[in-house]
Ligand binder design. Structure first.
Ligand code: AKG
Ligand code: FE2
Length: 301
């Protein structure tokens, strides 16, 4: 994230395309803080897919970062993806479903698979920082699963798994897995372990299991007490199903959803937040009942 701003601006995040740099100026407007910056890219760099037009846009690599960086990120994504496939097999077995059911639509060699990684950069805070809003707002990832690499020593990540969230039964009845996480009863720190990934379950998996698996609600609190006031870095890898793959739970509790729909949700959440400085974005992003046939990028929530 230490690239000059002009360089980063060339790769600005566009909700329709969902990849690229999100400036700290247009995120976290809810709390007024400027505590988080994000750069996401996939196997095609910041190219990828136009979610609204549902088309593949081709490769686009920031050449400023060099060929070595590109090769390294390709290797990293390919290897993490293999770990993800093993986890998906284990999840399927634990549910008594076909061992390969969750693994099938994740062929990373195919351009239809929009799994991607991101770099999160949280600038240092002042020594006397106190009572600041979270560095990263509470949310659940909108993918299937996320393999998150945390840097040893960077404390601050907190989770509220299914048992620790209040599910609004009225909203849940509307058939929206996104409704499952409106309030956390309790936050549990998940500090980094050397050589280990933190794995979060995403909204897509909740959808696919009729809400049996709840997506992991999480946030990054601002440093306090003995936490380091230095910069925090983390690298999530978001596992997403093929764009035209349609998935639904065995009980059909929620309508079928495609990989495109899932990506469009990410864009919707971003737009809703950016255009809603009063903080209703979270409601919009997570509490909207889905259309039976969701339109990509309908920011109507
Ligand atoms: O910095 C972290 O550990 C959390 C990152 C995160 O939740 C995300 O990128 O979705
Ligand atoms: Fe997350």
């Amino acid at each position: 994230m230490h690239l000059p701003r002009e360089v980063k601006e060339k790769f600005s995040w566009i909700p329709d395309r969902y990849l690229g740099w999100r400036s700290p100026d247009n995120i976290e407007t809810v709390t007024g803080n400027r505590l988080w910056e994000w750069f996401s890219f996939g196997r095609y760099g910041v190219g990828g897919y136009d979610v609204r037009q549902q088309k593949f846009l081709g490769e686009r690599w920031p050449t400023e970062l060099g060929e070595e960086w590109k090769q390294l990120s390709l290797r990293y994504q390919a290897q993490v993806h293999q770990v993800a496939l093993q986890l998906l097999r284990a999840l399927a077995i634990s549910l008594g479903r076909d061992e390969h059911e969750f693994e099938k639509p994740f062929d990373i060699d195919h351009e239809e698979n929009p799994s991607f990684m991101a770099w999160n950069w949280y600038p240092p805070v002042k020594d006397d920082a106190n009572n600041l809003p979270p560095r990263l707002h509470a949310h659940a990832d909108m993918d299937i699963i996320t393999l998150l690499m945390q840097r040893p020593g960077d404390t601050g990540l907190e989770i509220a798994p299914g048992k620790d969230v209040d599910v609004n039964p009225e909203l849940d009845k509307l058939g929206n897995a996104w409704n499952a996480v409106p309030t956390a009863k309790h936050w549990t720190p998940v500090d980094p372990l050397e050589g280990a990934f933190t794995v979060n379950l995403g909204d897509g998996l909740a959808w696919w299991t009729d809400g049996l698996f709840r997506s992991t609600y999480h946030r990054v609190r601002c440093p306090s007490g003995n936490d380091s006031r230095g910069a925090r870095m983390s690298v999530p890898y978001f596992v997403n199903p093929n764009l035209n793959f349609k998935f639904q739970g065995p009980e059909k509790k929620y309508p079928p959803l495609t990989g495109f729909d899932l990506l469009a949700k990410t864009g919707n959440a971003y737009e809703a937040r950016k255009n809603d400085p009063e903080g209703k974005w979270q409601k919009a992003a997570y509490m909207k009942a889905p259309d039976a046939n969701p339109q990509p990028h309908s920011v109507t929530a």
